[in-house]
Design a protein around this ligand. Structure first.
Ligand code: CP
Ligand code: NVA
Length: 305
């Protein structure tokens, strides 16, 4: 049994298989072809933080594969009254086939997985967001081909998205440039030896973006850090991805943002809505990539249709 708790839980070969399945599953969806490999299977989604894309893509995805889902939130379950995560894991995983969790610390999802009888997917923690990077790397390849040897510029908070991009950089062999305000850098305790050669830190976001193939950013204040919002607005003021910053990247550079976006903060409206932006494709590809992921976690590698 496999879990997807961090991006580095899968090998490059597994991602290549998943991307092949994603392309096929997406084509089936676009041609209105019914594909129900997960008939009667049940996905439990546990949300301890808010969500739009993750909720809709997993719920629509499992339904489109022939299964169904249950949505559980902290406030409406015994989790909110302090039931231990180990107990919740043992109970839920006896009743469903797959669990997706969005929560705070990575240790919560690891404890859940340690007690789960079924595969567990990380739907975002404070440390990682592997499902988003799965969709993002797929989206890059869809638009530009192989990502190996390319440069991805991460501008802003050294958060869960940034740490997950670095795991992807080591697996797919590309370079990650990171420019963050002082005190908001990538979490060094999460970086492995194999990932270090793929990371370059910059003080100046313009230098990080120079000649990049992909420029990407995220909110200045992630979920769980709302108390720091005002301070962060001041500290991140020079880290907006705008047209000037895109202009120093390669002419065919893409812009990505996992969304939700704050126009006029981490990205200008012009860039978000501009010709280089692929943010809506990224969001759509969450659906297709996660369908491939759910199929793989439940059925393993299947013969190509
Ligand atoms: N990008 C992303 O995970 O969005 P949601 O928070 O809306 O799920
Ligand atoms: N870094 C953001 C991503 C939201 C999808 C957060 O954790 O809130």
């Amino acid at each position: 049994m496999k879990h997807f708790l961090q991006f580095r839980d899968f090998t490059k070969d597994e991602f290549e298989y998943l991307f092949e399945r994603t392309r096929l599953i997406k084509a089936l969806f676009k041609s209105y072809t019914i594909y129900h490999p997960l008939k009667d299977r049940m996905l439990a989604m546990v949300f301890e933080k808010q969500s739009t894309r993750t909720r809709v893509s997993f719920e629509a995805g499992i339904h489109q594969l022939g299964g169904s889902s249950i949505n559980l939130t902290t406030g409406e379950t015994q989790l909110g009254r302090g039931e231990p995560i180990e107990d919740v894991a043992r109970v839920i995983s006896r009743m469903v086939d797959l669990v997706m969790i969005r929560t705070f610390d990575q240790s919560i999802i690891e404890r859940f997985a340690a007690y789960s009888r079924v595969p567990v997917i990380n739907g975002l923690t404070n440390q990682f967001h592997p499902c988003q990077i799965l969709a993002d790397v797929f989206t890059y390849i869809e638009h530009r081909g192989d990502i190996a040897g390319k440069t991805v510029a991460w501008i802003g908070d050294g958060n869960n998205m940034c740490s997950t991009w670095l795991q992807a950089a080591a697996i797919f062999d590309f370079q990650l440039h990171v420019a963050s305000p002082e005190g908001y850098g990538i979490n060094e305790s999460l970086i492995s030896e194999t990932e270090k050669p793929h990371l370059t830190l910059f003080a100046d976001p313009m230098e990080a973006s120079r000649n990049a193939d992909l420029v990407t950013t995220d909110v200045w204040t992630s979920m769980g850090f709302e108390a720091e919002t005002d301070e962060r607005k001041r500290d991140f003021a020079d880290f907006q991805v705008d047209a000037e910053m895109m202009a120093v990247a390669r002419p065919d550079a893409l812009f990505m943002h996992c969304l939700p976006a704050h126009r006029g903060e981490e990205v200008s409206a012009e860039v978000l809505e501009g010709a280089q932006s692929v943010v809506w494709d990224e969001a759509e590809n969450r659906l297709h990539a996660q369908k491939a992921l759910m199929e793989y976690l439940i059925l393993g590698q299947v013969a190509q249709n």
